[in-house]
Design a protein around this ligand. Structure first.
Ligand SMILES: Cc1cc2nc3c(=O)[nH]c(=O)nc-3n(C[C@H](O)[C@H](O)[C@H](O)COP(=O)(O)O)c2cc1C
Length: 305
């Protein structure tokens, strides 16, 4: 038995440890399951799901950048119906909390998706993506508008009894204002951060390297920004924060928890080393044992400023 209590609470959602797999970086969990034991993780967050299937943007959709990557997948996904029929059966085989991420072009679509998915008992919580930087409709159009974020939170909460986490955009001046709107409208937690808008050119063709021109920047390049945003929320709003942005190893996890995260998400690292989540979890436990941290949740917002 583990000597360390690794469990964390995200509002009403209880997780066995703080390690979650970030939306869009592990699809629906099947490929990464060959490299990481899903049963050991705190939870899995699905690729963003929309009401109808989406093809996403044409290629090129991904490009490497210094210390990170740009992606403009454009929310390609199978849609809620196919997800329930064809993807959930695989995930049901695992004893790991499933968090469904939802993306939409209208507020009604967020509500409709939540209504359909909330019936499925395998789904333990929702993460609402109001912050995708690389789609024309929805995405940042909502994520940059405090009143829209509040409205989406309230409307989604009204159709589900399950915890609702709102995934916030870093492409705003004061992220705490958005976290406050989530709290005031009954949201249970926020995820911070989604990717930052970025671009990249081929200097010979003078064309953007990504078909969509702009993409979302992720990976180690965004870690200090993500930490600052987590800290800003933690110091100003009393709401659980799930940290995300450039977490590559167990030390990054500890840093994000100190800055105010109750749990964290691993994203870009899954492309570099799909066995990293399991290793990070083991190393995190070793760190707690070595430094006499009996409850990992004591790390949350333990900054000394
Ligand atoms: C290829 C790729 C696809 C992504 N797709 C989604 C998505 O569908 N929905 C979403 O909310 N976030 C999506 N994200 C954002 C990640 O979940 C995460 O918030 C972000 O990449 C920052 O974490 P990281 O630096 O550890 O990757 C995607 C990221 C990448 C790299």
């Amino acid at each position: 038995m583990s000597k360390v209590d690794l469990s964390v609470n995200i509002g009403p959602l209880k997780l066995r440890n703080p390690i979650l797999l970030a939306s869009g970086t592990v699809g629906y969990g099947n490929e990464i399951s060959e490299f990481t034991d899903l049963n050991k993780l705190g939870g899995i967050i699905t690729k963003s799901l929309s009401l109808r299937p989406r093809k996403g943007n044409p290629p090129q959709r991904i490009v490497e950048t210094p210390a990170g990557m740009l992606n403009a997948i454009g929310l390609a996904n199978v849609g809620v119906e196919v997800f329930l029929k064809e993807k959930i059966p695989f995930l049901k085989k695992y004893d790991v909390p499933l968090i469904c991420n939802i993306a939409a072009s209208t507020i009604e679509e967020y509500v409709e998706c939540t209504k359909i998915l909330t019936e499925e008992e395998t789904i333990k919580a929702f993460e609402i993506n109001v912050s995708c930087p690389n789609v024309r409709e929805g995405g940042l159009q909502f994520g940059n508008d405090v009143s829209a974020v509040g409205k989406i939170t309230a409307k989604v909460k009204a159709v589900t009894g399950k915890p609702v986490i709102i995934k916030l955009s870093p492409n705003v001046s004061y992220i705490a204002d958005f976290a406050r709107a989530v709290k005031e409208n009954g949201g249970d937690a926020v995820s911070a951060i989604n990717t930052l808008v970025g671009t990249s050119f081929n200097i010979f063709s003078r064309k953007p390297k990504i078909y969509n021109v702009n993409g979302g920047l992720s990976g180690p390049a965004i870690k200090p920004i993500a930490l600052a945003k987590v800290l800003e929320i933690s110091r100003n709003v009393d709401i659980p924060v799930i940290g995300s942005g450039g977490i590559m190893d167990w030390k990054d996890v500890v840093e994000f928890m100190i800055a105010g995260s109750s749990a964290i998400q691993l994203g870009t690292i899954n492309f570099i080393d799909p066995s990293a989540p399991g290793k990070i979890l083991e190393q995190l436990e070793e760190y707690c044992i070595k430094y006499n941290i009996s409850k990992i949740s004591d790390l949350t917002a333990s900054y000394i400023i």
